[in-house]
Design a protein around this ligand. Sequence first.
Ligand SMILES: Cc1ncc(C[n+]2csc(CCOP(=O)(O)OP(=O)(O)O)c2C)c(N)n1
Ligand SMILES: [Mg+2]
Length: 499
Amino acid sequence: MAIWWTRSSRTIANHIRKCMNKGFMGGAVVKQSSWSSTVQSCSLSSLSSHRLVPQNCSYLHSLPCNRATLFSLQRFKSTVAEGQLDSFFSSDSDDEQLNVLARQSLDFPGGKVTYTSEMNFISESSHKRIPCYRVLDDDGEIINMNSDLQQVSKEVAVKMYSDMVTLQIMDNIFYEAQRQGRISFYMTSAGEEAINIASAAALGEEDIILPQYREPGVLLWRGFTLQEFANQCFGNKADHGKGRQMPIHYGSKEHNFFTISSPIGTQLPQAAGIAYSLKMDNKKACAVSYIGDGGTSEGDFHAGLNFAAVMEAPVIFFCRNNGWAISTHVSEQFRSDGIVVKGQGYGIRSIRVDGNDALAVYSAVSAAREMAINEQRPILVEALTYRIGHHSTSDDSTKYRALDEIDYWKLARNPVNRFRCWVQSNGWWSEQQETELRKSIRKQLLQAIQVAEKTEKPPLTELFSDVYDHLPSNLQEQEKQLRETISRHPKDYPSDVSV
Ligand SMILES: Cc1ncc(C[n+]2csc(CCOP(=O)(O)OP(=O)(O)O)c2C)c(N)n1
Ligand SMILES: [Mg+2]
């Protein structure tokens, strides 16, 4: 059986090559889609019989070609076995070599597997950790001018730096506003400014973002205004979500940014589905889903990656590995070498990058986007970084981690300072620009907060709107009960919400 397979599938392979050389299925597309699309393109005379014969492939009729054979051919595409087979078919192996190979390998759905008489368990980890790609050293100097580096123009670099600073100031002011009791909750992105801004800068506006929650910089980069951020955090009637979500659950249809959902990980399978729809529509865009290290323990992380791999969906899974999931350290989260190695388990090309190096993040995401769109495949990016702030305003991180550790990341490994050094060394930034920028952003933010605070809250009816065309009876009943309760206990309800 195996001997037959090697011979007949070599014939099939040669046929496929002939088809491809004739421009069958259209040049480059066929080349990319390689085995599977070509085999699928032969219209199949019968799917139910044991013999599965492509009608347009006349000389295949004589082959004992069955469902399993074509099934395995279709699947080679997604495995390394495809490459092995390719070199095998292109070699001038004589029949004896084929015989030997057939005895040494198993023709299995998904690709050939070579046999071994040595009982080797795969090690749970490689002895060396996967290296981390970086461009800038800790002082903001380019380490290797010849490295794979995506060029960044002055205009883009200055906007990147300005947005990183804006994010820092926004965090400080909203955090203080929460401490003063003016908003109910807040989460800072301190320490992850480069991840936020540089990843956004490397994407196209048409790429669809599915955030976790610590990525407001992506929205900022896309033009979400400080007033819009403030409106959401204050839950006023100008908020796109009409005050129905906790602060920081931003969303923007205009900026292709899905509204943040509190349950962690839900965005990953959604991203795989969205990416697949982009693929079906032949769009030159990808989906980008952010996730934290803790989020990778959710089942949705695994379902999302597997779906995307199997469907060959153009999606970037961007994992912000910041060392902590609230108070859970990464060593209590997983035993693997971080997240990057999980990609291979799902057949996804992956890279580990220094998340505090804006240029490295920019280069890696640019390359990931190009591969995702041009090759129609998912890519996993693991960015190593550190959450400098508390998890949220409901947390005190000094209870579970040392101040020294926080200070080290805040001072020695600060992504904003590091990027500033590089921008400044190019002569693109000055001390005066720095002072003016900080002053202006602070002023704009304080004003945005004042406006947001004074703006009316959405009326009570909005609590029940936008889901059903006609409000179902159970919700009508709830609305009635709520109004009755408010009129009985008016002091317990905010006076600035019109009932
Ligand atoms: C399904 C689900 N489980 C638990 C939580 C509670 N929760 C909120 S944030 C968080 C930690 C997430 O950590 P990580 O993904 O590393 O993101 P980071 O906060 O570090 O950015 C947890 C467990 C949740 N929101 N949803
Ligand atoms: Mg984390």
